[in-house]
Design a protein around this ligand. Structure first.
Ligand code: G
Ligand code: G
Ligand code: MN
Ligand code: NA
Length: 250
């Protein structure tokens, strides 16, 4: 069967799930958020990572219904955790460019927020620099989203063909340093500190992901980075495992 058919069936069979990777506020050493990451638990193939299906989902347009499922599930889950009494966290959801530019996107987002009853400030959308390809359209959509109260992060910052011109136009809240710079923390520490300074000058908070080692945490903390995410803190967790992680962290 074609991948497209399999993905269609996966939606119908409810085979997608989300895992959640904690994010730490460096200054307070508290868990301020989680990034939701999709997985496909296929009956035939077992657990499939998005690296193996997101591109096809984007090409076929299936990213729209899959992305909607992700957004809805993430909002409902975050509200559930708050209702359980966990400290409120911002849930970050990756949004593909095709999903972002789909004509229904803002309408769907609005409906999901209403139905989940999640306060919009506890949702963050992660978009990549590539949405700047049509900067004018992007600014309009981003403004509408920001007016809803939802936060925006630029994911994989520094990896794409970015222009500083869009950064000053885009209403955003966070820059997420691309993992590759964190990986080569010593050779790239100039780039990292420059991104952090840039972000702070634009009134943005800066997130580093792919933090695997103590030395990376230390250097990022010294450089003034605001939020950390990576295996050193925790791998992405199942929804059942997240509450225990949070309560034992404190
Ligand atoms: O967690 P992981 O290694 O599996 O993620 C691989 C890639 O898939 C990353 O680039 C990540 O941004 C992307 N990804 C993970 N979850 C989602 C999702 O829900 N929607 C989209 N569009 N991309 C996702
Ligand atoms: O493109 P995006 O930044 O959304 O993708 C995040 C990806 O990084 C996911 O695939 C996630 O599983 C992965 N990831 C999270 N923490 C680490 C880490 O510490 N090291 C590495 N190598 N990958 C990580
Ligand atoms: Mn991301
Ligand atoms: Na990233």
């Amino acid at each position: 069967l074609k991948m497209e058919t399999l993905l269609h069936r996966a939606l119908e069979r409810d085979e997608f799930l989300l895992v959640y990777q904690p994010q730490i506020d460096i200054k307070t050493n508290t868990i301020c958020g989680v990034e939701a990451l999709v997985r496909w638990n296929s009956k035939e193939q077992g657990m499939v990572s998005p690296g193996e299906f997101i591109t096809i989902a984007e090409e076929t347009g299936l990213i729209v219904p899959i992305g909607e499922w992700v957004l809805k599930t993430a909002c409902l889950q975050n509200k559930k955790w708050q209702d359980m009494g966990l400290p409120p966290m911002v849930i970050s959801v990756n949004i593909s460019i095709r999903q972002f530019y789909h004509s229904n996107f803002v309408e769907k987002l609005t409906t999901i927020l209403q139905e989940s009853k999640l306060e919009p400030r506890y949702l963050q959308l992660e978009i990549t620099e590539s949405i700047a390809m049509d900067a004018e359209a992007a600014v309009n959509i981003l403004r509408t989203i920001t007016h809803l109260g939802v936060q925006i992060a630029i994911d994989d910052f520094g990896k794409g063909y970015s222009s500083l011109n869009y950064l000053k136009q885009f209403p955003i809240n966070h820059l997420k340093i691309d993992q590759s710079f964190v990986k080569d923390i010593y050779s790239d520490k100039g780039i990292i500190s420059t991104i952090i300074t840039l972000g702070h000058n634009l009134n943005l908070k800066v997130i580093a992901e792919g933090v695997e080692k103590c030395e990376q945490w230390d250097l990022l903390a010294t450089s003034g980075c605001d939020i950390l995410q990576g295996y050193y803190i925790s791998k992405p967790l199942n929804r059942e495992d997240l509450p225990a992680f949070i309560t034992t962290y404190y």
